[in-house]
Design a protein around this ligand. Sequence first.
Ligand code: MLC
Ligand code: AMP
Length: 507
Amino acid sequence: MEENLYGILRAGFADCLDEPCLCPPGQAARSYRELDELSARYAGLLGELGLQAGDRAVAQVEKSTEAVALYMACLRTGVIYVPLNTAYTPAELEHFLGDAQPRLFVATPAAAVEPAAQQADVPHLLSLDSQGGGSLAQRARSVVPRETLEPRAASDIAAIVYTSGTTGRSKGAMLSIGNLASNARTLYSLWGWRADDVLLHALPVFHVHGLFVALHCALLGGHRVLFHTRFDAPVVRGALAEATVMMGVPTFYTRLLEEPGFSKADCARMRLFISGSAPLLAASMEAFAQRTGHRILERYGMTEAGMITSNPLDGERIAGSVGYPLPGVTVRVRSDAGQDCPVNEVGQVEIRGPNVFAGYWRQPEKTRAEFTADGFFRTGDLGSLSADQRLTLVGRSRDLIISGGYNIYPKEIESALDALAGVAESAVIGVPHADLGEGVVAIIVAAGEPPEEAALHDALTGRLAKFKHPRRYVVLNSLPRNAMGKVEKQRLRERYTELLSQDPSFI
Ligand code: MLC
Ligand code: AMP
C-alpha cells in the first residue's frame, strides 16, 4: 500500500493533472501537472543538496505555488517539513533553527536571516525568489527532476509544526504520515466533498489549518483552489462567487459580516463555510446565517492532532458546540482527579485516535507528561460531552491567548517584558476583541518611573513577532495574588474585560 503522503495525495488528483490546481487571483492558474513537475524538480534539488529522508527542511516563506511545491518535494523525498510563521523575528528564529537542526532553511528574503542560519550551523540557506544565487527556484531549473517517491511507513514523520509551550518556548509537534493521511481522508468524506467543489483558500500555509486541513482535502480530490495570499475581506467576498467551500478562522466571518451589503447573493455557489482554530461566537454564527442563509460548520482541532471534532454536514450545527468526535477518534472529559465526568459536566478534554501526533520533537519527557497512562492526549481544553457525545468547549486550562487564530503564550511576552529596565514584573492576559476574538493586554508593575508605552512597544520590536505585541499596557502598583502567591489572572481579565472593546486600530 502507498504510504508516501505525496503518493497518497497524487492518487487523489491523478485523473485531474491538466485541471487547474492553485489559482492565485490575477495570475495564471497552475495545473496539477505543473505542481507535480515543480515538486519533482525541487525533490531533485533536495537530493542534490544531500538531504535524505528524516532530515529537516525549515521553511519561512510567503504563501505561493512554490511554497506548496517545496512542501510536496519534502513529502516526495521523506524530508521532514518544518513550516514557520512569516511574522517570526530573526531573534525568535534562533530557537527554531537550533531545535530543528535543519539541513536546509528556505526563507524569503534569505539575507535577513543569514546570521540566525549561521548561528545554527544550517548547511544550506535558500530563498524562493525566482532569481539570484541563493534562489531555490533558479537552482531547481537545472536539476534532474526526481520522479520516484521515497518509500515511507505510516509512522514516519512528515512534518514538525511548532506550537507555543507553556514555558514560553515552542515545542515541535511531530506529525506522522498516518496522522495526516487519516485526518485528510476522514474530513474529505465527512464534509461531503463533491467533484465540482472549489476551495477558497485565504489561510496562511504555515499552520495546520491552511497547510493540512484545507490543502490536503482539495488535493485529495483534484479540486480547484482559489489561492489568496492573505484574507482581504472585500477581495475574498468577490471570490466567493466562484467558490463552493471556504475554511476560515472566526475573524474571517466577522470581517465578512462587516462588509456593507454582504448577503446571500455573494454566496450563490457556496455550499459549505467551515470555521475553527478559535471559538466562533454564537452571535456571529446567527448573524451569518441570517445574512447568507448558511449555518457555519464549526469544528475543533489543534496542532498536535489536526481535526478532532466537527459539527455535522447533515444535521444540526449548534452554535457554541464543536460537534462530534471524528470517526475513529475518541474524546473523553475527565475531572482533575482523572475520573470520567458525568454527562454535561465540564472537565479536561482528552483524545485518542489515528490523528494524534507522535510526540514533541526531542522532548520525550514533555511528551510523556502530556499523555495519560492509557494513551490519551491531554489537550489542555476544558469542555463537556452531551449524552450523544457532542462536545462543547468552555475554555482552556492552559494560560493561552488565541488572537485571530494565532496562539500566543503570555509567559513568552512576560519574560520579554520582565527583562526590560523599568519593568519590575508583568502579567499578560487576553481580553475580548471584536475583530480577533481575543487581544493581548500587558499589566506592568514599574521599577521606578513607569516606562512610556511607546518605549515598551519599541523594546519588543525585533524580539517578538508583531502579532504577539500587547495592544494596551496598564501600570499597577502591584499584581493581585492569591494566598499561594500566584497572580490572579482571572481577576485581571474580569477587571479589564472592556479594555479593547473600543480598539479602533488593528494594532
Ligand atoms: C495579524 N496581526 C495580528 C494577527 N494577524 N495581530 C494579532 N493577532 C493576529 N492573528 C497584526 C500584524 O502583526 C500587523 O501588525 C497587523 O495585524 C496587520 O497584519 P496583516 O497580516 O495585514 O493582518 P491580516 O491579514 O488582517 O490578518 C489577520 C488574520 C490573520 C486574522 C486574517 O492573522 C490570519 O489569517 N489568521 C489565521 C491564523 C490561522 O491560520 N490559525 C490556524 C492555526 S492551526 P503591524 O503592527 O505590522 O501593523 C489551529 C488548529 C485548528 O489553530 O484548529 O485549526
Ligand atoms: P493550535 O495549538 O494553534 O493548534 O491551537 C489549538 C487550540 O485552538 C485548541 O487547543 C483550542 O483551544 C483552540 N481551538 C481550535 N478550534 C476551536 C474551536 N472551534 N473552538 C474553540 N477553540 C478552538
